[in-house]
Write a protein that binds this ligand. Structure first.
Ligand code: HAM
Length: 439
């Protein structure tokens, strides 16, 4: 029989990879909590329509979809934001605002697998629903930076590129674009940094047939290219295109608050950030490695119309998603990877299986009942081998049950790292285990 390989673009999490994944997720969870977010989750599949209606063509083209036996069209979740909007809509009147929720869903997108992009991945989501305050925008961006900073990534390693779709809309209208054209212009601009220049120009010709308008757009974008000058200067340039813009003021506010929260070094205004998803309405941002060799680590923004668009009330919202794949590549490049160690407290070693069954198995039950991990050899192997096994499994202590256990009820408890040992009555060990393991 031929061996069946794993599906391309998926990952197997053997214990080492699982320890790494858990470390990443534990970090996400801890940072969510300290920033005031509470956890939620939803189903792994939804009605297909939930994604085709509001997420936009890009996501719709990457769906793993299926039809159930009742003929209903379903899709595995490619993102959790529509589920979140659906769930909040269901209970909107009983939820205290702002709703600050986080989740770490497993997502699937039928993308072409490539460096940093798989067909199955985990994505940390933090969303703030029910506030249109610029404080919420800044707090949301701060949370993403707070995590990245906590794992050792500095402002030399990563950059948060921030813009505003609402502001871009104003600029585009000022140039002469009609409201109905905006969505296709956003989709086009989102591709700008991802496509080779010639391919992009061809696509632009296709999407914006009016040559004059197209030229005006490119002239404006060229003028607003990110430089090293201060955000204020760049916004001043923008104000010339869109005087009295409240959206420029808001963007300015976000940078001001992020400065007060001491993370301004990480942040830059970048007119090229538009985001691929259709539902964004205001501030949008993406996080990249400074060298710009990897795909985006994180992306998010304000989506004030999504809840209403899915049949709910008009409730403002902002959030982000950070995937585990690019993050892991970057942390590995920077030598910053950790892992969540699963510790083994006790390995119970024995020579006479009868004594072990009489005294050792009840001891193991007592230790486990108190929450300590305890294992033993199933093969009744030689004691030396069992001690080796204890070392291989990185047990903190080996508990030796020998002839003296039978004679006077004593066991030897050996600290494997230090090589020290102490003798105690077997009945005493469960009570002393907490002090020994420090847990
Ligand atoms: P997104 O930009 O589609 O946004 O994804 C956000 C992040 O998820 C990306 O920056 C990347 O780290 C990761 N990601 C996306 N696709 C893949 C893939 N195929 N393989 C590995 N990682 C991937 C959203 O999903 C929005 N729903 C985020 C959001 C939440 N906006 C508001 N709230």
């Amino acid at each position: 029989m031929e061996k069946i390989p794993p599906v391309k673009g998926t990952r197997d999490f053997y214990p080492d990879q699982m320890a790494l994944r858990n470390w990443i997720v534990d970090g996400w969870r801890a940072v969510s909590q300290r920033n005031g977010f509470v956890e939620y989750d939803g189903p792994i599949f939804e009605y297909l329509q939930l994604y085709t209606q509001k997420s936009g063509d890009e996501i719709a083209g990457q769906l793993f979809s299926m039809t159930d036996r009742g003929g209903r069209d379903l899709a595995i979740r490619p993102e959790i934001t529509p589920t979140l909007a659906r769930m909040v809509n269901q209970q909107i009147n009983s939820l205290a605002r702002p709703i600050k929720w986080f989740s770490v869903p497993r997502l699937c997108r039928a993308e072409r697998p490539q460096k940093g992009r798989l067909r199955e991945f985990f994505q940390w989501n933090c969303d703030i629903i029910g506030s249109d305050s610029v404080y919420a925008d800044a707090d949301c961006i701060y949370t993403a930076i707070d995590y990245l900073r906590s794992v050792g990534l500095g402002s030399d390693d990563i950059v948060v590129k921030i813009s505003s779709r609402a502001m871009l809309a104003e600029l585009l209208k000022h140039l002469g674009f009609a409201q109905e054209q905006l969505d296709s212009v956003y989709a086009l601009l989102d591709k700008r940094a991802k496509l080779p220049a010639e391919t992009f120009i061809e696509l632009a010709k296709d999407k914006i047939t009016d040559e004059k308008l197209r030229d005006k757009l490119f002239a404006m974008l060229d003028k607003l290219q990110p430089e090293d000058d201060a955000i204020g200067d760049k916004l001043d340039k923008i104000i010339k295109y869109a005087p009295d813009s409240k959206h420029v003021q808001q963007l300015d506010g976000v940078f001001y608050y992020l400065g007060k929260m001491a993370v301004a070094d990480y942040c830059e205004f970048d007119i090229n950030i538009v985001r691929g998803l259709a539902y964004y309405t205001g501030i949008v941002f993406e996080i990249f490695d400074r060298k710009n060799t990897l795909r985006a680590i994180c992306g998010g923004g304000r989506y004030d119309n999504l809840l209403a668009g899915l049949g709910g009330q008009q409730v403002p919202a902002i959030g982000f998603g950070m995937g585990d794949v690019v993050l892991e590549i970057l942390l590995s490049e920077k030598n910053l990877l950790g892992h969540s160690q699963q510790e083994l407290d006790f390995f119970v070693v024995y020579d006479d299986y009868k004594i072990f069954e009489e005294k050792g198995l009840p001891l193991i039950n007592q230790l486990r009942k108190r929450g300590h991990s305890a294992v033993f050899d199933y093969r009744r192997g030689a004691m030396g081998k069992q001690l080796k096994q204890a070392a291989t499994q990185k047990a903190t202590f080996a508990v030796i049950i020998g002839q003296e256990t039978k004679a006077d009820g004593n066991v030897t408890v050996k600290n494997m790292a230090e090589g020290t040992q102490q003798v105690m009555k077997i009945e005493e060990l469960p009570d002393r285990a907490e002090q020994l393991t420090g847990s």
